[in-house]
Design a protein around this ligand. Structure first.
Ligand code: BGP
Length: 480
């Protein structure tokens, strides 16, 4: 069989505005929820403050200053051969509090420049409308997505950027990792229900009722936005975005199989089933009942969801874990989650278990279920990099991770999966969402920026820069 990817396959990298733009209070931008998060680490959760304390360090404020380096950075992406760049728009750059009648022209103009620069280099933007952020004023007034009012405000913001960039952007994603809203830990990032909260992020408390009601509001908002796009801009393609946390049953005990099935439904299938199929899945009713959830569904909501089905399915994939019912299970950390350890897998320094075969498995499972085009829009390895005396970064560990995951996708394509794109997470080092660290680096490009806030912002190519360049040049055929 032909061991390569389909012609026209999208190769690129993925970022999020709040994690790399910086310029948090420049050109009329309002504070976003992430601007209230201080830096943390593997051992120490990020602290959230109610007001911005000038004596404290908030890593998202400066990010890696893409705002002033975008031309240099996009040129480097082009040099690697990117034909796609996933980025998000910062809502509070467009509507500083989310509640203004008119958008902030300076914010809109910034993204015009970014998209024009992509075009100059033949790079297709893939734009996430909401990547773990909202204007902080909406947290204060509405407690984030807990309130229905967010739907109209979000649709207004989307309508503005659709109108403005209709000739520059074709591919859009509604909510980043929407399914993180199904867990207490992920809801913090996904739904911003932290009104009045100050303290370690691990101490935020939300109930299942709040989580699933907030998600319902997001489903309706997503449905309305997809409908709007389909009606007004037939050239657009709109996708969902899931944090796919593949889990295996910890043992072949049938009780473990059932426990894992329940976890796979809550974590991985619930949101996809709604956004791809356009209705709540059959297992939802019992799940709601058993978790004390009673959804408030308004007239027209289910129609918005039914008419707002996404055009393609996208997800992040970093790791897998195990789920079981036995007490002796050892646990480990992962992306937005804790899970059981798998004795057959190695982990990164942050405890994320590396599992390329799981990516092939996940791609097949998802495609069997939905039968629509797919993209892997995040995948990567957070590691501590060292600049050696020769001024280089020899990140063979990351090259190995990259090649094994590209190989897994290639196998899935040969299995028949309709995979159309791959955007590596953090093609340039940026601030970690989970820990707020800079030293948890993912990039092909190193950025001289450190956890204590120091650094020159100088960009350096790592060894993996050249490895990815070779992979892209051969359309995924050359993995030696
Ligand atoms: C995903 C998020 C990204 C990104 C990535 C890596 O869940 O969509 O925003 O940050 O994970 O996670 P972290 O930054 O915590 O290492």
């Amino acid at each position: 069989m032909d061991k390569k990817f389909p012609d026209g396959f999208f190769w690129g990298g993925a970022t999020a505005a709040n994690q790399f733009e910086g310029a948090w209070d420049v050109d009329g931008r309002g504070p976003s929820v992430d601007d209230h998060f201080m830096g943390g680490s593997f051992e120490k959760p990020r602290e959230i403050t109610l007001t911005i304390d000038p004596d404290k360090l908030y890593p998202n404020h400066d990010g890696i200053d893409f705002y002033h380096h975008y031309e240099e950075d996009i040129a480097l992406f082009a040099e690697m051969g990117f034909n796609m760049f996933r980025m998000s728009i910062s809502w509070s750059r467009i509507y500083p509090t989310g509640m203004e009648d008119e958008p902030n022209e300076a914010g809109l103009a910034f993204y015009d420049k970014v998209f024009d620069c992509c075009k100059k280099h033949g790079i297709e933007p893939l734009v996430t409308l909401s990547h773990y952020e909202m204007p902080y004023a909406l947290v204060e007034k509405y407690n984030g997505w807990e309130s229905r009012e967010l739907i109209d405000l979000f649709v207004k913001y989307c309508a503005t950027v659709f109108d403005r960039y209709q000739d520059k952007v074709k591919y859009w994603l509604t909510f980043n990792e929407i399914n993180c809203g199904t867990s207490e830990m992920g809801a913090l990032f996904e739904t911003s229900m932290i009104r009045g909260f100050e303290g370690p992020a691990s101490e935020v408390v939300v109930t299942p009722q709040q989580c699933f009601q907030a998600l319902h509001h997001q489903f309706v908002a997503s449905g309305r936005v997809v409908r709007l796009a389909h009606e007004k801009y037939p050239q657009f393609k709109i996708g969902n975005m899931e944090c796919f946390i593949l889990s295996y049953a910890a043992t072949c005990d049938p009780k473990d199989i059932l426990a894992n099935q329940a976890e796979m439904r809550r974590m991985n299938w619930y949101c996809g089933d709604v956004q791809v199929r356009g209705y709540y899945p059959s297992y939802a009713k019992r799940f709601w009942e058993e978790n004390g959830i009673s959804l408030n569904i308004a007239d027209g909501d289910m129609e918005d969801i039914a008419e707002g089905k996404v055009d393609f399915y996208t997800f992040s994939y970093y790791m897998s874990n195990t789920v079981g019912t036995h007490d002796d299970q050892e646990m480990t950390q992962g992306n937005m989650t804790f899970g059981g350890k798998n004795p057959y897998l190695e982990s990164t320094d942050w405890g994320w278990q590396i599992d390329p075969d799981g990516l092939r498995f996940a791609l097949n499972e998802i495609y069997d279920r939905y039968q629509i085009p797919m993209m892997v829009v995040e995948n990567g390895m957070g590691a501590k990099d060292e600049v050696t005396e020769d001024g280089k970064i020899h990140d063979d560990y990351r090259i190995d991770y990259l090649k094994r995951h590209v190989n897994a996708m290639r196998e899935a394509v040969m299995d028949g999966v309709d995979l159309v794109g791959y955007t590596w997470w953090g093609p340039i080092d940026l601030v970690s969402a989970g820990t707020g660290e800079m030293r948890k680096r993912y990039g092909f490009i190193y950025v001289d920026k450190h956890d204590d806030g120091t650094g020159t912002y100088k960009r350096l190519k790592k060894d993996n820069f050249y490895a990815y360049q070779k992979i892209i040049a051969s359309n995924g055929a050359d993995l030696d």
